[in-house]
Design a protein around this ligand. Structure first.
Ligand code: F6R
Length: 325
């Protein structure tokens, strides 16, 4: 499924963009592997000064009734309770709504209310459909905002991810991911990024560790972690050094102040952290840089799962919870 990511970005570049009335703010509603598409689009559009906000809960945030954003509801299955509830609230408020899904209740509601809908190809795990979902949301946001043409960045994301993957697991991304997976296997991992492409990539890494490698993981960003988290990593009294590891995501476009913080932070935690790896974004556009740093995490999470003899695909416990709710 990861190997199909480049084609997913290309698919989105060829999509016919739906017609949507422009709005000053877009609110992307979705959960988990679908909802993170909003985070990717927020990072891309922030660089262009377009206001995209994220909602990952039932209903809508209180401000939505007054600010009146375009609501983009994204759910791969089309059956996620929180996302359906957000659409209900948006329709109650009379807000413009667009939908991204493979089918399910969400497309039924969209059909009944004549909402612009992008149907993405079905048959995958939602988190593996990242390129379809990010691409579809991006095309909708571009239609509803002054964002420039997103096609070049989608094509670049397709090319950069294809270059990393190569053919038959022989690309440089696979080599890098295997090395990192060796260093991190069996450890609880924290992934660090900074505002922009590596912030969303750090989030994606942690969530792919959760669902593919079936391990806890968390993410955070510089400079905030320099004001709290650093203390724990630079200490040794807890004896966690042998069971934890750090992934530091670096971006070609990061501010010099951020580069300096990363360097100094690495010096300070060096004596106490046994396993630390650095991964750099590649590509030019914010989307391509986010996509490449994320792709390495996707691959690492699968290699870690394979090394532990775990099938990365099923997430039965999530389904069990949904069934029990
Ligand atoms: C499964 C996954 C989950 C789902 C989430 C929401 O691969 O990544 O995080 O994405 O439970 O479901 P959907 O995406 O169908 O709205």
């Amino acid at each position: 499924m990861i190997e199909s990511l480049p084609d997913q970005y290309r698919w989105a570049s060829e999509l016919e963009a739906p017609t949507i009335a422009p709005a000053s703010t877009v609110l992307v509603c979705g959960m988990g592997g679908s909802g993170i598409s909003g985070d990717f689009v927020r990072v891309v559009t922030a660089a262009e000064g377009v206001d995209v906000r994220i909602h990952k809960d039932y209903g809508l945030p209180a401000w939505a009734e007054h600010v009146r954003p375009v609501v983009v509801a994204v759910s791969y299955s089309g059956n996620t309770a929180e996302t359906l509830s957000s659409v209900d609230a948006a329709l109650d408020y009379g807000l413009p709504v667009a939908v991204v899904a493979t089918g399910g209740e969400l497309t039924r509601v969209a059909g009944a209310n004549d909402l612009p809908t992008v149907r993405v190809p079905a048959g995958m795990q939602p988190r593996a459909a990242l390129g379809y979902l990010v691409g579809a949301v991006l095309r909708i946001v571009a239609a509803a905002s002054p964002l420039g043409d997103p096609v070049p960045m989608l094509l670049e994301a397709g090319k950069e991810t294809a270059d990393l993957l190569g053919v038959e697991r022989a690309g440089p991304g696979h080599d890098q991911a295997r090395r990192i997976a060796d260093a991190l296997a069996g450890r609880l991992v924290a992934v660090w990024g900074s505002a922009g492409p590596t912030e969303v990539a750090a989030q994606r890494w942690a969530k792919q560790f959760h669902e593919n490698a079936k391990t806890p993981a968390y993410w955070s960003i510089v400079p905030e972690l320099n004001h709290n988290e650093l203390v724990g990593w630079a200490s040794s009294h807890h004896g966690l050094s042998s069971t934890t590891g750090l992934v530091v995501l670096r971006d070609q476009g990061e501010m010099p102040e951020i580069s300096r913080r990363f360097r100094l932070t690495a010096d300070l935690v060096g004596p106490t952290v046994q396993a630390a790896v650095e991964v750099w974004t590649t590509g030019t556009s914010v989307l391509a840089r986010s996509a490449t740093a994320s792709l390495i995490g996707d691959l690492v999470s699968v290699y870690v799962a394979e090394a532990a003899g775990i099938d990365p695909v099923p997430v039965d416990i999530l389904t069990e919870l949904k069934n029990r709710l």
